[in-house]
Design a protein. Structure first.
Length: 97
């Protein structure tokens, strides 16, 4: 099971439509806190049935990319783009809106 494979310092981010809506800047702050603690951030996107409650309950952050339902593949693309944007912000590079 997924939860058994994570390390003790890992931060689990569960993507779920019921999760928190963050701005790109807020996501960057979250990732910055993880970097300070040298933590790995593990992002989990559920299938068409969503994530089990045990996964959401174990997550350091339950994150929503949108209140709308997104296809799994599109959610992955949006997540990767937002992670890139957040890391760009943390590096102090220009922020393109």
């Amino acid at each position: 099971m997924l939860l058994a494979k994570r390390g003790p310092q890992d931060w689990l981010v569960a993507l779920d439509e019921r999760g928190q809506l963050l701005t790109s800047e807020e996501l960057a702050q979250f990732l910055g806190k993880a970097q300070v603690g040298s933590r790995d951030v593990l992002c989990v996107i559920g299938g068409d049935e969503g994530l089990d409650a045990s996964v959401r309950g174990a997550a350091h952050l339950v994150l929503s990319l949108s209140r709308m339902t997104l296809p799994h593949r599109l959610a992955r693309v949006v997540l990767v783009e937002q992670l890139y944007r957040a890391l760009t912000l943390l590096r102090g590079e220009p922020y393109h809106k």
